[in-house]
Ligand binder design. Structure first.
Ligand code: HEC
Ligand code: HEC
Length: 507
């Protein structure tokens, strides 16, 4: 830049144009947030002129409110804390503008310039829902979960890995993602308030701010850790996992052979973002949420926010090793290709109809109800819950010291990538610990319960199908959803920064 200026001042100005073209020295483009679709739609279908005028005025007020609270894309204001130091967030904004905006858009609504060419679509953060978390179902992700997702990338999608980024850049851009998510969520809540009240009462807005900030804060201290340590993977554990796969009707969505919705033509409706969902192809060996056993465990235990993938923590509350058996089966399915093993000719060989409530038939496309409304409802409920989804209930028996090292280990492992072997070894070591950690079982139960209920209902809709096992476990788990989870006291200690220093509170 400086060179250009010096050159121009001394020489003919006509060269300036050529240089501007070559060097690309145009004035920097000023990024602007745009009103969300919900905000723009506020006046849609309103005939009455007076009412329309009121709403239009409210629209303008909301835009101003948003700018006062959040600033501009490159000059962001820390959510809920306008006096806080903004330098990290500003740095995050720079990283975001350079590396993420093309896909995720200025607003973080997933509508970047190239988004239309991508499947699956880049995440819309403004809904406040994130898929790959270590927290219980319905909770926000931890800061470290998002850092890990960026390090890992999301395999099988266009979301790249950012492992080469400086840790400070990563932490800052994650702060910025959280900021965009909070901004989007608040905007939607304010629109709802404005439509309901035809006014913008400051206390209502403050209530919405506190709620969103509270949910982010509380998630930072919640981690789902395995109830038991992973058993050694053997042909027997894989076989047990295969039985459970059919018993729990995973095949309903993932197909008989595990190849999932796309290959199997199984329609599972749309996700919370309104995109057509597809169950993961478990034979691909590519895991969006990470391929370590603990990652797959968490996907099965907690389900995947915003998608039809249900959580199974309640189903296996009495028999937590079963989740590990399923992990082993999933891993085995994923490794067949690498081992050059063809997919099994008859994936259901030896599984009796009674052992598979879906009766071994694929549900024809379209037969499953769209689960979006259900999923949305659950997440809304979770959002409304005034108390943290997992409550601290002092249970003297819960051994505190065990959990922390584990979660630290988990984040370290995430850092080192796949680390399958180490994971296995470490888990061996944890075996004894796991036994003692009974208290953890209760973690996240309340939220899970909600989801399982949804599942039960879904089961009912499948007329004529045997649903014994699923239903039974669902009824068994019912009373437990009332229990106050004990493990909560535990993760609290995670609140302090993880060793790599990325795990900090977003606000
Ligand atoms: C080439 C397009 C592309 C770029 C560039 C990109 N992403 Fe993504 N991102 C995606 C897609 C696609 C998904 C959704 C994958 C899915 O649905 O599983 C995604 C998902 C995410 C998620 C959601 C994870 C979750 O748990 O739900 C986060 C957070 C994220 N991206 C952050 C970023 C950040 C930060 C950057 C820049 C440093 C970035 N992305 C750059 C395409 C992109
Ligand atoms: C109601 C449909 C449904 C059922 C039943 C279901 N899944 Fe899923 N599952 C999904 C969907 C959809 C996804 C993909 C979510 C996404 O990333 O968008 C998924 C993803 C997964 C993943 C994550 C893979 C990754 O990319 O990280 C695993 C593992 C998995 N399912 C295992 C199971 C197992 C094991 C069962 C049975 C115990 C099961 N699922 C039952 C719908 C279902």
């Amino acid at each position: 830049m400086r060179q250009v200026v010096r050159f121009v001042s001394g020489k003919r100005a006509s060269l300036l144009c050529a240089l501007v073209v070559v060097v690309g020295c145009s004035p920097p483009q000023v990024l602007q947030f745009t009103p969300s679709a919900e905000l723009r739609a506020m006046t849609d279908g309103v005939e009455d002129a007076t009412e329309k005028a009121t709403l239009q005025k409210l629209q303008q007020q909301i835009e101003k409110e948003m700018e006062d609270r959040f600033g501009k894309p490159a000059k962001p204001i820390v959510f809920g804390d306008p006096k806080a130091d903004r330098s990290t967030l500003e740095h995050g904004a720079e990283v975001y503008a350079y590396r993420c905006i093309q896909c995720h858009g200025v607003n973080g609504d997933g509508k970047g310039a190239v988004a239309q060419y991508l499947a699956p679509q880049p995440r819309d953060y403004t809904k406040g829902i994130f898929k790959f978390t270590s927290t219980p179902y319905g909770s926000k992700p931890r800061h470290s979960d998002l850092v890990n997702t960026l390090r890992r990338g999301i395999r099988g999608t266009s979301m790249p890995t950012f492992d080469d980024l400086d840790p400070a850049d990563l932490a800052a851009v994650v702060d910025y993602v959280i900021y965009l998510s909070q901004r989007g969520e608040l905007e939607q809540k304010i629109v709802t308030i404005a439509k309901d009240d035809e006014a913008l009462p400051p206390e209502a807005i403050q209530g919405a701010v506190d709620e969103i900030a509270g949910r982010w804060k509380e998630a930072q201290s919640q981690t789902v850790m395995p109830v038991t340590a992973m058993p050694t993977m053997t042909p027997e554990t894989v076989a047990r996992g295969r039985e459970l796969y059919f018993q729990q009707v995973c095949n309903k969505c993932h197909g008989l052979d595990g190849r999932g919705g796309l290959a199997g033509g199984i329609d599972i409706g749309v996700d919370s973002w309104g995109h057509k969902g597809a169950a993961a192809d478990l034979t691909s060996g590519m895991y969006r949420g990470g391929g370590r056993p603990i990652d797959i465990y968490r996907r099965i235990y907690s389900g995947i926010n915003g998608t039809p993938m249900p959580g199974f923590s309640q189903v296996f509350a009495k028999d937590p090793d079963s989740i590990w058996y399923l992990v082993h089966y999933v891993r085995d399915l994923g490794e067949r290709r690498r081992r050059n093993q063809p997919p099994p000719k008859d994936p259901m060989a030896g599984i009796t109809a009674a052992a598979n409530p879906a009766g071994g038939t694929l549900i024809p496309a379209g037969a499953l109800p769209s689960e979006t409304d259900q999923t949305k409802k659950e997440l809304d409920e979770a959002a409304r819950a005034t108390e943290p989804p997992t409550l601290p209930a002092p249970k003297p028996a819960a051994p505190k010291a065990k959990m922390e090292p584990k979660s630290d280990a988990a984040s370290k492992e995430a850092k080192t990538g796949d680390g399958k072997k180490d994971e296995g070894k470490k888990d061996e070591g944890k075996k004894d610990e796991g036994k003692k950690d009974e208290g953890k079982k209760d973690e996240g139960k309340k939220e899970e319960g909600k989801k399982e209920e949804g599942k039960k209902e879904e089961g009912k809709k499948e007329e004529g199908k045997k649903e014994e096992p699923e239903k039974k476990s669902a009824t068994e788990e019912k009373p437990k959803t009332e229990e106050k989870p004990a493990a909560e006291e535990k993760p609290k200690s995670d609140e302090k920064p993880a060793p790599e220093g990325n795990d900090k509170s977003p606000s």
